[in-house]
Design a protein around this ligand. Structure first.
Ligand code: ADP
Length: 464
């Protein structure tokens, strides 16, 4: 049988409270019973001694007794459940409660028996008599016999007191039980609500709905970690899903043009509209090269987008890395008639060296591609607070303000009509941005048409 977490928690909590309330009641009751019994026995002894002392005072020299007072004492004692008999030294009765009011004595004994059996149904008691000597001037002048229902008894007041206490215990027990019920319901709700939300969210994720997030806060560390993990999972899956959809759409879009061109060219040649001369075949070949390049770019993009999260970080001097890359590029710049310059001090960053190289290569090759002959490219490394800025500035064709917000989008090319064989597929900056953001850095661009473009990559130093 399977219980819900809430039911299980409530049950466990209630069980714990029930056991503790039960144990406390049993123990308190046992202790109370014991102490009360001792108190009643001691009280009985004290009262007996008091009665004996009072009766002793009623003896007058010459063997006379003040029977009126003894009668009063005897009647008072009878009301409290004690049957008094006073005899003189010869054994003659001076006053006897049984003789004075036999009926009342029997009723009193029955009443005490009734008191005791009402509390202890299996109580076995009976009539008990204690004898006390009465002395005058150190000689025994008589005896007081005190009879009662024994071995001990509870009078009405005792019984009322112990019953009130018991009722109080039951009341306290009930209140603790009710409050425990309330607390158990409250606590289990607090514990189970976020867990139910996690289950609900995980269920939705398993069905492909990744937008849902758990907003309930929990004061319990483990639950808070669990909700955070599920939210992170949903975010990663949502991002992956979005990338997958966009990639499919982009690929279809990018393939459509060259394939349509190829198809129409081929059809025209098959139908005999065009002669399959070398120029036409070359043009078909160009489209095939374009498709191959696109597939190559796609592979690269897939690699960076899936791997950009896995960074193999080391500490290195970013200026030294850039100098090295520029050296490899130098010949291309010279061939195109461009000036390239580097400025920068040693700046240590904690980053993935290969991936940062890729960013710089992409920016430099763009500067090379989009700067006409006679232009200038300047690369700078500057430290600014917690970040290192890498600036790649060219005096090239620039990017129009309408295109500027989209240049980091994949397959986005500012100049749509440009031959894709010379220009790229529009993923160089997408890759650069993915890498920089995986390093928790930023990449910005400033550009003016026909004046030039400046890319600023800011990387956190994270040294130490
Ligand atoms: P591509 O492979 O087409 O170069 P990128 O993602 O690297 O793709 O760049 C996207 C677009 O941004 C380019 O097509 C180009 O229009 C524009 N762009 C990038 N860098 C520069 C630059 N330095 N000067 C002018 N335009 C640029």
């Amino acid at each position: 049988m399977k219980y819900t977490l809430r039911a299980k928690l409530s049950l466990s909590y209630m069980l714990v409270v029930l056991i503790s309330v039960f144990l406390t009641s049993v123990l308190t009751n046992l202790l109370l019973e014991k102490h009360f019994k001792e108190y009643v026995i001691k009280n009985q002894e004290r009262k007996s001694k008091e009665i004996v002392s009072l009766i002793s005072q009623q003896y007058k020299p010459g063997g006379r007794w003040n029977t009126d007072v003894i009668e009063n004492i005897g009647m008072n004692a009878l009301e409290q459940g004690m049957i008094i008999k006073v005899v003189d030294s010869s054994g003659k009765a001076i006053w006897d409660a049984m003789v004075y009011n036999r009926g009342l004595c029997h009723r009193m004994l029955e009443h005490m028996a009734c008191n005791m059996t009402s509390r202890y149904p299996n109580w076995k008691g009976g009539y008990v008599e204690d004898k006390y000597p009465v002395t005058y001037n150190l000689s025994e002048v008589g005896r007081v016999e005190i009879g009662y229902y024994g071995p001990y008894y509870f009078n009405d007041n005792d019984l009322a007191f112990i019953n009130t206490l018991n009722r109080l215990f039951i009341g306290v027990g009930m209140i603790s039980l009710l409050s425990s019920l309330f607390i158990a319901a409250f606590m289990s709700k607090r514990l189970s609500t976020p867990i139910s939300r996690v289950i609900e969210a995980a269920h939705k994720i398993s069905k492909g709905y990744y937008q849902d997030r758990i907003t309930e806060k929990s004061g319990i560390k483990e639950i808070s970690q669990l909700t955070q993990t599920i939210n992170d999972l949903a975010e990663v899956l949502e991002k992956q899903e979005m990338l997958r959809k966009r990639l499919t759409a982009d690929v279809a879009h990018e393939l459509r043009t060259p394939l349509a061109t190829l198809q129409s060219h081929m059809e025209a040649m098959i139908d005999g509209v065009w002669e399959p001369d070398i120029d036409r075949i070359k043009s078909c070949h160009e489209e095939i090269v374009r498709i191959s390049r696109l597939v190559g770019d796609l592979e690269k993009l897939a690699k960076y987008e899936s791997e950009s999260l896995i960074l193999n970080k080391t500490r290195f001097d970013v200026s030294q890395l850039i100098r090295h890359i520029i050296r490899n590029f130098e010949i291309d710049f010279i061939n195109k008639g461009l000036d390239i310059e580097f400025n920068g001090q040693e700046e240590i960053v904690f980053a993935d060296k290969d991936k940062i190289s890729q960013v710089i290569i992409n920016l430099l090759s763009n500067a090379l591609k989009y700067t006409p002959e006679g232009g200038r490219v300047e690369v700078k490394v500057e430290s600014s607070g917690d970040v290192v800025n890498i600036i790649v500035k060219d005096t090239g064709e620039g990017i129009s303000p309408e295109d500027l917000p989209y240049i980091f989008e994949r397959f986005y090319r500012a100049d749509k009509s440009r031959n894709r064989l010379t220009g790229g597929a529009g993923i160089g900056l997408t890759i650069a941005k993915a890498i920089v953001e995986a390093h928790k850095g930023t990449i910005r661009v400033n550009s003016r048409i026909n004046e030039g473009t400046e890319f600023i990559v800011s990387l956190p130093k994270q040294v130490g």
